[in-house]
Ligand binder design. Sequence first.
Ligand SMILES: C[S@@+](CC[C@H](N)C(=O)[O-])C[C@H]1O[C@@H](n2cnc3c(N)ncnc32)[C@H](O)[C@@H]1O
Length: 277
Amino acid sequence: MTGSQTAQMDELASTKVWGNPVNVIYNEDCFTLMARMPDESVQLILTDPPYGIRYQNNFTSEKLPYLIGDDGIDYLTFAQQSYRVLQNNAHAYFFTRFDKYPYHYQCLVQAGFAVKNCMVIEKGQGGNTGDLYGGYANNCEWIIFCHKGRQVFQKTKLLKNTKYNGKPYCRNRNAIPEYKTRFNCCWFGSDYPKSTYNSAWRLKQGFKHPTMKNAECLAWLIQISSKPGDIVFDPFMGSGSTAVAAVQTGRAYLGSEIDVLHYQLAQQRISSVRENI
Ligand SMILES: C[S@@+](CC[C@H](N)C(=O)[O-])C[C@H]1O[C@@H](n2cnc3c(N)ncnc32)[C@H](O)[C@@H]1O
């Protein structure tokens, strides 16, 4: 970040213009938005920043554009601002990639987060980048799961306990609950939602965002890590998947998207989800 950008952020942070907005996506740079946000103003962060890999799939029939920011963002400042705006005793999820994980991990720890897991979630399509004769297909998504302070998982009805019988299975132990209250960090197989939409299906729907996440997968993470009415913050909204998942689960959303076309797609998706609730 240049000196003038830092000065601009300090100036914005010092002007108290925050009116507790909710259910808003700003079509602006998230660094500008976060500089305006007060400390501890959101209850969950769930975000998918550009990984800094300058990715463009050469194998699909229709080439999708490069993402803004995919030549690298100031990840340390982003991590520090994320930590500051997140409420204490709350969770944060950051999508990442295997080769960016070490640096992202280091920045998040430096910002103050306790990194609890790196989740690995099956993609809705096989990976198809690079030389698949000499490298494995990337068929999963990595997500760094962090705590600020400590918060236990919410009780949900997402997964039934297979051994459920309502009785203690051993003396002095609690009865097995009907629904799971503990989760694996690798989500593979038919019990779990996939992390991304199948790309052919996505293009058929007219969703021209190259890295769209599956709102159902995000809705699971939101239900595990927040309460109804909480604000879910995504500074890199893309096509608005986090906002869609927040609406579907009765949470509020807040975020930004710098690219006007992606921003408009997000607004369309949110309106159509609201109409169908
Ligand atoms: C990996 S994509 C997120 C995709 C999203 N999870 C979805 O399901 O559509 C990252 C998004 O961040 C946006 N972006 C990049 N730099 C940004 C910035 N400084 N502020 C806000 N948005 C930014 C890009 O335009 C892109 O749409």
